[in-house]
Design a protein around this ligand. Sequence first.
Ligand SMILES: [Zn+2]
Length: 200
Amino acid sequence: MRLPLYLFLISLFINSDKLCEYDSTEEEVSPVQITGKKISGLLPPIEITNYDERVEFQGSLGTPAFHEGIDYINEDKSILDVPVLSAYDGKIVYIRSGCPESDPLKENESLRECGAGWGNHIVIKHNEFFTRYAHLKPESIMVKIGQQVKRSRVIGYMGNSGRSDKRHLHFEIGFFSGDFRPCDSSQSFDFVVDPLESGF
Ligand SMILES: [Zn+2]
């Protein structure tokens, strides 16, 4: 059934403000993200978490990224909770929670594709780009959907949920060529960029 034009326009307006929070054990698939051009004019980076090893972004312009962000790994058993901080000021536009982890430090064997493999994760909208913080510890998310956050705010704790083999934060910088679809269950960006090129 086709909506009359005015109803269609009203629904667009309503949807543009709608944000979603998924608390779900759904295992879904999302498209691999394409490597985009670096974003210029970003603020100098901050240390967004504590780590002892990192794995870099891999991808070349215009092709699907082989590794869509940077992994910050922390295997220090003596630290129970490793805080994860917002990289920039922004608005929380997507929260995925409900993904379990079989062990906080060893290869996760529970619902590895939960949250499309990102596990529990947060997406923050900045001016013209977005950041993603993935594999967060279950029940550790400290922010609410729609909330404005300042740079360096603790938003959750590093975890091992989703497709994760050790405790780590997978951090992405991405953007959309069209509109952000806040209520789709899979939140792939249209493009991701190498955070290292932004100084991370
Ligand atoms: Zn990763």
